[in-house]
Ligand binder design. Sequence first.
Ligand SMILES: Cc1cc2nc3c(=O)[nH]c(=O)nc-3n(C[C@H](O)[C@H](O)[C@H](O)COP(=O)(O)OP(=O)(O)OC[C@H]3O[C@@H](n4cnc5c(N)ncnc54)[C@H](O)[C@@H]3O)c2cc1C
Length: 180
Amino acid sequence: MAERDFVSTTPPAVGIADVLRRRLPSGRVVTDPDIVAGLSRDQAVWAPVGRAVAVVRAKSTDEVRTVVRACLEQGVPLVARGAGTGLSGGANAVEGGVILALDGMDRVLEVDELERLAVVQPGVVNDDLRAHVAALGLWYPPGPASSPWSTMGGNSRRTPAECAASSTASLATMSSVWRS
Ligand SMILES: Cc1cc2nc3c(=O)[nH]c(=O)nc-3n(C[C@H](O)[C@H](O)[C@H](O)COP(=O)(O)OP(=O)(O)OC[C@H]3O[C@@H](n4cnc5c(N)ncnc54)[C@H](O)[C@@H]3O)c2cc1C
């Protein structure tokens, strides 16, 4: 099926939250306005923020797939969110859209010590990965000053300006990512 076939003419306001609730396990879709507002922006106080209709707290790759597909079908904007420590508004909601919160996908799935390869979910916190591999005698180099909170997903999307702010000892995350 061609990608454009997923886009319907249904107005986005017609129940994307209900569509997502029907397709996802209970509790994943949050529409409480205060919680949604709290998860709708990063640390860039100057950046514009839209009103999201829902936050989805995904727990698996299948759930991420479900959310992406539903938003595509309904023509609803979707913004991924890690820890929300970004300084450029990248995780800020788009009006009428959905926030896909990935901090609950926080497992280190595999570390191949020989190949120096870690397979992680996107919500793994930078310092947690560093501690995990340190226990094996290895070092995970990329380390923004937000490493106690920021996630692998967010780290992999850092802007060049943000990377320039990193300490000289750290490397840009993308130079350490094989596949994302
Ligand atoms: C105190 C402090 C210190 C900081 N120090 C540094 C520093 O030294 N160097 C530096 O570069 N930055 C720094 N930052 C900025 C910020 O921490 C980094 O950009 C960090 O990588 C963001 O990670 P996050 O998990 O908070 O991502 P978020 O802010 O949640 O998201 C960042 C971007 O990534 C996207 N995103 C998040 N997860 C995914 C995913 N799984 N898939 C696709 N896209 C995704 C979001 O849509 C957004 O565009 C700092 C911020 C603070 C508050």
